[in-house]
Design a protein around this ligand. Structure first.
Ligand code: SAH
Length: 455
């Protein structure tokens, strides 16, 4: 049967994809339907029909799924951020577990893996320590803060994101009030005109320190001292600054930070390790779950204090420093030079002398160091971006032959591919542990232990 645009069907939603669209079938033909959840029986209308699959719009939920819940956030549907809010949290976790398992089985061809139950959040809301709110005008000409609607640049008004910190709302209120009082216009993307583009807020989860950085199209924020005065009523306010971004386009932050109050950074802890965070530096957005994730990575690394460990794709050295607490020596490799600067600063801050960081591509640094100096490792930890490890990294790891490889991944598809590669070359998969770092969204982290098979 040929499926055509505007055809209507009643289907059962059997799964969800990464973007949170429900997935159902009619006559073996797969349809993706936004705003549906697993278990819904839904009437849908086809909006785009390809050869083997298509997209449909939800017309009506005929029978709601038992897993369906009312989203906490009023704009959950329009906002691009939370794809799974209409799905009960326990079911979100099942969905993420299934996703990891399916990828390992389908792509990695692993059978009968022993997967640990996923580590969920105690409270899956209010977990993000960082938010970047675009500022604009609504149709009545009022200053609003919010989020870009999925895949567009129109602002959905919402200054209380339910996965963000509670204090965000108060801060945005103050900034908006300040703009109104002093006649400071929001930035208009289309006309490349106006001043305030975004407000970046970061909160130290353990320290309670708060950072506000206003991103402006200009070199100077007029009446900045008055903004400082107003923001200082917020408990924990530690750093207030503005960032200069006069470029067109959708990159949020420019390179220049001007401090209005404080030294430009806040501090936070993961476990006992202290990190210095500036507006431009990368830091994990869910510190509570990050600590759990790193604990698993540390446990899998099985350190006794005598090991040499390589931490590839180390960012600002968060995992490296965590491992350094229990290893003889840790080497970190990261492509972004600024991140390595932060990593070295953080090592100094914690008085750790057994860590060394290298700037460069993991696929270049590691092979070179191995060729030239025969560097070795008992344990290698990798935490690559979504595309996974380059083959040169995998090949060099195999040659170095560490006893254990700990693979931290934010994409279980590339994880599965890389594990298969390593398994065909002398390693075997031990434990696999999912950790939910991003409740309400479709993303999931996973840590996997690989051990070298006895020859
Ligand atoms: N382990 C860190 C960061 C992981 S994110 C943490 O937990 O905080 C992945 C990191 O890999 C990013 O910092 C990114 O800049 C870096 N990266 C991307 N491609 C790389 C490459 N080819 N070689 C080394 N690092 C790379």
């Amino acid at each position: 049967m040929q499926i055509k645009k505007n055809d209507c069907y009643i289907i059962t939603i059997e799964d969800m994809n990464e973007s949170g669209e429900g997935v159902g079938k009619t006559d073996g033909y797969t349809l993706f339907v936004k705003d549906t959840v697993i278990g819904d029986v839904a009437e849908v209308k086809v909006i785009k029909a390809k050869k083997n699959y298509g997209y449909a719009r939800l017309v009506k939920v005929v029978k709601p799924s038992v897993y369906r819940v009312e989203p906490v956030c009023k704009v959950a549907r329009q906002c691009g951020g939370c794809q799974l809010q209409a799905l009960r949290y326990e079911e979100q976790l099942r969905f993420k577990e299934r996703k990891i398992k399916n990828n390992l089985e389908r792509i990695g061809k692993f059978q009968g893996l022993d997967m640990e139950p996923i580590i969920g959040m105690e409270k899956p809301f209010r977990y993000r320590n960082k938010a970047q709110f675009p500022i604009g005008l609504n149709k009545d000409g009022e200053i609003v803060a919010g989020f870009y609607a999925g895949r567009t640049h129109s602002i959905i008004e919402s200054d209380d994101c339910v996965i963000g910190a509670e204090v965000n709302y108060r801060i945005l209120d103050i900034v908006k009030g300040f703009m109104k009082e002093f006649g400071i216009a929001p930035y208009d993307e289309e006309r490349h005109f106006g001043v305030v583009r975004h407000v970046l807020i970061r909160v130290g989860y353990k320290t309670g320190q708060v950072m506000v950085c206003v991103i402006i199209n200009g070199d100077k924020l007029d009446f900045g001292d008055r903004l400082v005065e107003k923001l200082l009523v917020i408990p924990g306010m530690t750093s207030i600054s503005f960032n200069v971004n006069k470029e067109k386009g959708n990159v949020i932050l420019g390179h220049k930070i001007v401090n209005l109050y404080g030294d430009g950074y806040i501090f936070d802890y993961i476990g006992d390790v202290q990190y210095r965070i500036s507006p431009l530096s990368f830091y994990q957005v869910n510190p509570m779950q990050t600590e759990k994730l790193y604990k698993v990575a540390l446990e899998y690394a099985g350190l006794s204090g005598n090991e040499v460990v390589w931490d590839l794709y180390c960012g600002i050295g968060t995992i490296s420093l965590f491992l350094a607490q229990q290893a003889k020596q840790v080497y970190g490799v990261e492509i972004v030079a600024d991140a390595i600067r932060d990593a070295r600063e953080n090592a100094r801050l914690n008085g750790m002398e057994n860590v060394e960081f290298f700037v460069g591509k993991a696929e270049e640094v590691l092979p070179k160091m191995y060729e030239r100096e025969r560097v070795y490792a008992e344990v290698i930890v990798v935490d690559p971006p979504r595309k996974g490890c380059e083959q040169a990294v995998l090949d060099t790891m195999v040659e170095m032959g560490p006893e254990r490889i700990v693979y931290v991944s934010c994409d279980s598809a590339t994880l599965a591919r890389d594990l298969r590669y390593l398994c065909d070359r002398g390693y075997e998969v031990g434990n696999v542990q999912g950790v939910d770092m991003f409740g309400m969204t479709g993303c999931v982290e996973c840590v996997c232990l690989m051990t070298r098979k006895e020859k």
